[in-house]
Design a protein around this ligand. Structure first.
Ligand SMILES: C[S@@+](CC[C@H](N)C(=O)[O-])C[C@H]1O[C@@H](n2cnc3c(N)ncnc32)[C@H](O)[C@@H]1O
Length: 220
């Protein structure tokens, strides 16, 4: 009995001490429970998966790596890795600043690396551990065949992701969370850049970065 009380007291103290994190975790939990059709714990839904398949299929027609901006735990990374040609490189960019469980960045990093272990070893996948901006500033490789944008969902960041891909004339530019209810900033950035010249699969959007409209909008 005394042991039980002691354990209960210890738990109560831990709950109180970590209350801020716990509130964030609960809010995140509720958000993802309520939006299962759009996002599964920060990853893509089954409907969106069709869009990723389509984008990777289109990218297969071009040389150059696939770049994923925002890998989280490597779920879409693994999906893309399973759909691409084995020799095509996949670069997963993430600075581990956010995850739906509020894990500290170093734990997040370890989990993602372990999840991606097979892909990193055998599927020509590598992680760029840093911000999208750092990646853009340091990348010297061939023009990517595809960029999949799913990191910082602010307007400025999404716009800068799209702009980098358009500047480099990436043929397949795609991304997640085109959803006016949940991610208006993403919708705005995509609409502004591509007008109606993109396709939607659930909340996955796919545009042609070499399209005339993209070039015109960029020049304006
Ligand atoms: C929505 S999650 C990505 C989900 C993943 N594509 C999937 O569906 O499995 C967003 C990820 O982007 C990362 N991120 C956010 N801002 C970033 C930035 N500026 N540079 C690099 N990664 C960023 C976060 O750490 C997080 O892992």
């Amino acid at each position: 009995m005394r042991g039980k009380i002691k354990r209960g007291w210890k738990t109560a103290r831990a709950l109180w001490k970590n209350r801020r994190i716990l509130v964030d975790v609960v809010q995140s939990h509720v958000f993802f429970l309520e939006n299962r059709d759009v996002s599964v714990w920060g990853g893509i839904s089954e409907t969106d998966e069709r869009g990723v398949r389509e984008a990777v299929g289109r990218a297969a027609e071009f040389d150059g790596p696939i770049v994923e901006i925002g890998a989280l735990f490597g779920w879409t990374t693994q999906l893309i890795a399973s759909l691409k040609r084995p020799e095509k490189e996949l670069i997963a960019v993430d600075n581990f600043c956010w995850n739906p469980f509020f894990l500290p960045p170093d734990d997040h990093r370890v989990i993602t690396r372990r999840t991606l272990h097979y892909c990193l070893k055998h599927c020509n996948v590598r992680i760029f551990d840093g911000t999208a901006r750092e990646f853009y500033g340091s990348y010297r490789g061939p023009t990517p065949s595809m960029v999949f944008i799913d990191a910082d969902h602010s307007y400025e960041a999404t716009r800068s992701d799209i702009t980098w891909a358009c500047d480099h004339e990436v043929p397949v530019i795609a991304g997640h969370d085109y959803h006016s209810g949940l991610h208006r900033a993403v919708v705005r950035a995509v609409d502004e850049q591509f007008r109606n010249d993109f396709e939607l699969f659930g909340s996955v959007w796919i545009a042609n970065g070499r399209g005339e409209r993209a070039r015109t909008a960029l020049a304006a």
